[in-house]
Design a protein around this ligand. Structure first.
Ligand SMILES: C[S@@+](CC[C@H](N)C(=O)[O-])C[C@H]1O[C@@H](n2cnc3c(N)ncnc32)[C@H](O)[C@@H]1O
Length: 300
């Protein structure tokens, strides 16, 4: 097999979510973590249904669901589709709005393409940062417009790795969350939270290829995967090659992505301290095989 692309033709990226190919790769890659079953959407769905049923029907403001770091919209669409199957949960009203927020336009494009939302359910995919939730257009409607249900799923909060970013996000949550009934769910991968060893977060260690379901003839080949811990940061490195397999058996490298993902590795105690310091409180903690989930509310 030969690689026929010249170096100048090859796209190089360092961010895990930074191209249409990488957006699809994320979905294929992440599906493996939760095999044989994925528990997070059912956990969020149950909490969402409870929050929705408890919502004051006389409220003059919409019930707002905010999926921070929505990626390809997996959790947001899981909530919508799951709730649609429950006759007790009314989504067809014009008093509920779903917002999927992400810093990656490629992930948002994939969400819009691959997650069909039933007609009549108000959903928007918004480019923006977890560090600036107050800038979300829907939340600029005055102090009374608050988020009723917020999720930062799949350990996405660990991407807030620079000094002060986790606290800054929690302060944003405190600023936008509905006092009293509002709930925010964040999760940490157990392999990252307070990791004591340098195990890769990827359970599949050997070189591997994931065939694209979207782009004909494309495979994603991961090589050189390694992990290290520097201070409180878990660094996961891998090269992800986007390869076009030609019908004559030759290969063309379309992207050579040298990914270095830095993830904040807080202990449960450190995280609880940050929650406390930002005016929030932990009302529930669920630890399962892959992740630990925290349900937060405003204190007082
Ligand atoms: C681990 S993925 C989770 C994707 C999706 N929520 C899921 O559960 O499959 C993390 C996502 O967070 C996004 N992200 C990282 N930093 C962010 C930030 N500061 N603000 C908003 N999104 C961010 C990434 O672009 C990525 O789509």
């Amino acid at each position: 097999m030969s690689c026929t692309a010249t170096e100048t033709q090859i796209q190089e990226r360092e961010d895990f979510y930074d191209s249409p190919y990488l957006a699809e790769h994320y979905d294929l890659f992440s599906a493996r973590f939760w095999e044989p079953e994925r528990l997070d959407v059912p956990i969020y769905l149950e909490a969402f249904k409870q929050a929705r049923k408890a919502h004051d029907p006389t409220s003059t403001h919409p019930f707002i669901v905010l999926d921070v770091g929505t990626g390809s919209g997996r959790v947001l669409s899981g909530l919508v589709l799951g709730a649609c199957q429950d006759a007790q949960v009314d989504l067809a009203d014009d008093d509920i709005e779903f917002v999927g927020l992400d810093v990656s336009p490629h992930m948002l494009s994939r969400a819009a393409e691959t997650r069909p939302i039933p007609r009549g359910i108000c959903t928007s995919w918004v480019l923006g940062s977890a560090l600036d939730l107050r800038a979300i257009p829907l939340l600029k409607g005055g102090d009374a417009v608050k988020v009723d249900f917020l999720v930062f799923a799949a350990g996405g909060i660990a991407h807030l790795v620079d000094a002060g970013q986790t606290e800054a996000f929690l302060r944003e949550v405190a600023a936008v969350l509905q006092p009293g009934s509002g709930r925010a769910f964040v999760s940490f991968m157990n392999a990252v939270m307070d990791s004591a060893d340098e195990e890769s977060i990827d359970p599949v260690k050997e070189q591997q290829e994931l065939p694209s379901g979207k782009f004909p003839g494309i495979v994603y080949r991961t090589i050189n995967a390694s992990s290290e811990i520097v201070g409180k940061t878990h660094i996961d490195r891998r090269d992800i090659l986007v390869i076009k397999k030609e019908t004559d058996g030759s290969e063309r490298v379309l992207e050579r992505n040298t990914i270095s993902t830095r993830l904040a590795s807080w202990s449960p105690e450190e995280f609880a301290g940050m929650v406390q310091a930002t005016g929030l409180e932990i009302v529930d903690t669920i630890k399962e095989r892959v992740e630990t989930y925290y349900a937060l509310k405003l204190r007082g």
